[in-house]
Design a protein around this ligand. Structure first.
Ligand code: ASP
Length: 349
């Protein structure tokens, strides 16, 4: 049985340190053999996450628990509109969360999907892993499960997210009774429409001894159809780890990650001998090839017109990342050299 994580006991403290940003190009895919200690990687919104996860693993905390506590910082941040509190809601204005955790040493997984009224979806997913024989609990069952474990009920819809949703509703169609922003006689609060966005946090962790854990948590695609579940809580899609090989996770277009089991595929490519960045690129190539079967998913150059980002961490601490398309290609890393942002490779330049 895994120990209780600090977030579950409510005793974790937010990191106060200011990690530095590494702006140089390139991507680290081979680990310097002289380097020791744990490694944590995450999506770009996870600088504090990797710093905390690294610190926890350095003091002996299990890698899955370190990942869950690391992402809890972002889940609790009302300014991150893609995860937990402050996440953008579904089409009906309801914030629903998806999250999953995997634990390499036991090869166990726990996940929740379409969870409402609970900030720390990843910690609830950890409870599924720790206390049940199930992998995935959804909707009202997940909400009830969270209450059973003492997770407090919380209103996740912040004023900023509610305004963004209302503006999206106004702007989303010309053939309804909602006035577009430019048709309004005034804009009383001055707030603007926020287009459909994606965003999530993934965190993969490996201890100095090579044990692996990972976690992905999100409010999912903004303004989604109620009931829609993305890749984040789907084992093999939004995350996967194999304690003999490594770990991987995805952010971006969840439908693409699900249709190609992109995280699973990345780990299998590492097992076949590719370094983490090459493995992520190989998985993106599979996604791209299959996406070309749907014209609406590709651009004029026949490349996918959507973003998908893959993060990969090998058992020996080597790490890498690749993005389907250009754009912000930063991702977060913390190892013995400290917390920083690295640059991912781009599949379709
Ligand atoms: N992958 C998430 C989802 O499809 C969203 C994201 O990462 O942007 O729900």
């Amino acid at each position: 049985m895994l120990a209780t994580s600090a977030i579950a006991t409510g005793s974790f403290a937010a990191s106060g340190s200011q990690p530095s940003e590494r702006t140089g190009g390139g991507h680290a895919s081979e680990r310097d053999p002289r380097q020791k200690g744990p490694v944590a990687i995450a999506s770009a919104n996870g600088l504090g996450t990797v710093e905390l996860a690294h610190r926890l693993m350095s003091s002996g905390v299990d890698p899955a628990l370190a990942a869950v506590d690391g992402v809890a910082l972002v889940e609790a941040d009302p300014n991150d509109m893609s995860v937990g509190l402050g996440g953008l809601p579904n089409e009906m204005g309801v914030v629903t969360l998806d999250a999953a955790v995997m634990h390499g040493p036991t090869h166990k997984a726990g996940a929740v999907a379409a969870l409402e009224d609970t900030v720390h979806a990843a910690a609830v997913a950890l409870k599924v892993l720790q206390t049940t024989d199930h992998v995935l609990i959804v909707g009202e069952g997940a909400r009830r499960f969270a209450r059973m474990h003492g997770f407090p009920e919380a209103d996740l819809l912040t004023a900023k997210a509610r305004e963004a949703w209302l503006r999206w509703k106004q702007e989303s169609s010309k053939s309804d009774d909602w006035l577009d922003l430019d048709e309004m006689d005034w804009s009383p609060d001055g707030s603007k429409a926020i287009p459909r966005t994606t965003g999530t946090i993934h965190c993969s962790c490996v201890t100095d001894g090579g044990d692996i854990g990972c976690c992905t948590t999100t409010s999912g695609l903004s303004y989604k159809i109620p009931g829609r579940v993305g890749d984040s809580p789907i084992i093999g899609a939004g995350l996967f780890c194999d304690n003999d090989v490594g770990s991987a996770g995805c952010t971006g277009r969840g439908e693409a990650a699900m249709q190609s089991l992109a995280a699973y595929s990345t780990v299998r490519h590492m097992e076949a001998g590719r370094n983490p960045t090459e493995a992520a690129l190989a998985a993106l190539d599979e996604v791209a090839r299959r996406s070309r079967r749907q014209r609406r998913l590709v651009d004029d150059a026949d490349n996918p017109n959507f973003q998908l980002k893959i993060y990969a961490l090998r058992k020996d601490g080597a790490f890498g990342s690749a993005n389907m398309r250009p754009g912000n290609n930063a991702y977060a890393v913390c190892d013995a050299a400290g917390a920083r942002l690295e640059k991912a490779a781009i599949y379709a330049e």
